[in-house]
Design a protein around this ligand. Structure first.
Ligand code: KG4
Ligand code: ZN
Length: 359
């Protein structure tokens, strides 16, 4: 199906996201206005295993798709006939999970004769500050594009990306080992905290002393924008062991460990972001991905990077969602990109290759 280009504000895109442990559908206008954003989180299903179990995740996506699809249309107050195109996360992610969303989106595109476009998940996070309810995350009532640097910090990704346009992204740096959210989740597990560890550590850190333990700041002494979090994680693990294990920790001591780890993570992320905006000679920075919900990060960054406008998208646009996929999908379609019904999921799709098929 051909995509008929209308004014962005008149164009309705249905977004579908299933790359990890959240099934999500959304309806977004081409100008970034979010009409609906529905999410079924599987956190409780995976909590007892302390991490995402791919087979369980795929089955849960399958069950969630039909009800969420109907709810996203109902919440937006539209019918499928009014949708102009469908955008779906094509990768990266867990193959079995991606396939559920991709096949569902293809079926919708086929039965309703709608154009289809595959979107790269990390590029979706980079786009997220442009999603609007009344304003976008820059505080603008209407999107006025300007290049910026985006930090994508989640359970699966830690990247610093230069966004020259919605589809023209350059990765400046990324983690060479664990993602920052992964480090949070692993430390949370070592501390005996509920899964996922990120929000729990963030909450407890607020009661602790960030200078109680001096944890290493890997890669900060090196040039470039790559991160490493595995050394920091190991140092925290050793401290927990030295303290006699998680059960031996008094609440104050637990809070001190959380606060000191969070302080180190925020220093690493903040300093690399500061260098990236400075080197790119830009004055805009967006903090995206699940870890962007972190209170410590939100509080500290402004002071660390003066003179830079920092966008923190609303928490529901930071964690995995389909609004960012629909919003970026519009730009792909408007640029003449689209996918056919033989589109396949790609678990290791690179950031600049959302939809490579000229339409
Ligand atoms: O973007 P997301 O929903 O999924 C991925 O694409 O990975 O991010 C989930 C990650 C988890 O690692 C979770 O622990 C982390 O984001 N996270 C946080 C916070 N809220 C979520 N990490 C630190 N502080 C938080 N408040
Ligand atoms: Zn994500």
């Amino acid at each position: 199906m051909k995509f008929t280009h209308r004014r962005p504000g008149d164009t309705l895109i249905l977004g579908v996201e299933s790359s990890c442990d959240e099934t999500a559908f959304a309806v977004v206008r081409g100008d970034g206005t979010v009409l609906s954003n529905t999410i079924a989180s599987q956190v409780e299903l995976h909590a007892r295993y302390g991490g995402v179990v791919p087979e369980i995740a795929s089955r849960a996506h399958l069950e969630a798709c039909v009800p969420l699809y109907h709810r996203s249309l109902a919440d937006a107050g539209i019918s499928m006939e009014q949708v102009d195109a469908i955008a779906v996360t094509k990768g990266p992610g867990l193959l079995g999970c991606l396939l559920i969303g991709v096949e569902f989106a293809k079926t919708l595109a086929f039965t309703h004769e709608k154009p289809l476009v595959g979107v790269q998940h990390v590029a979706g996070h980079v786009y997220s500050p442009w999603l609007r309810t009344d304003r976008n995350a820059w505080g603008q009532p209407e999107n006025r594009w300007e290049p910026y640097v985006a930090l994508v910090a989640s359970g699966g990704h830690s990247s610093i990306i230069l966004a020259r346009s919605p589809l023209d992204l350059v990765t400046l740096g990324e983690t060479i080992d664990d993602a920052v959210g992964e480090a949070y989740d692993k430390i949370g597990k070592l501390l005996g905290l509920p899964y996922p560890g990120g929000p729990a550590i963030d909450r407890i850190a607020a009661q602790g002393n960030p200078s109680a333990f001096r944890f290493p700041l890997p890669m900060l002494d090196r040039e470039g924008f790559d991160f490493s979090f595995s050394g920091l994680k190991t140092a925290v693990a050793r401290t927990i062991e030295q303290e006699g294990g998680p059960k031996a920790l008094a609440p104050g001591r637990l809070a001190d460990i959380c606060a000191s780890f969070q302080h180190a993570a925020v220093r690493i992320l903040g300093e690399k972001c500061r260098r990236a905006v400075s080197e790119a000679r830009l004055t805009r920075l967006a903090i995206t991905g699940g870890v962007a919900c972190n209170r410590g990060l939100r509080e500290a960054l402004g002071g660390m990077i003066p003179g830079v406008t920092i966008a923190f998208p609303r928490p529901e646009f930071c964690t995995d969602n389909a609004a960012m996929i629909a919003g970026l999908g519009y730009h792909a379609l408007a640029a003449g990109l689209r996918d056919d019904l033989d589109m396949n999921a790609d678990p290791s799709l690179p950031v600049n290759a959302g939809s490579a098929t000229p339409g």
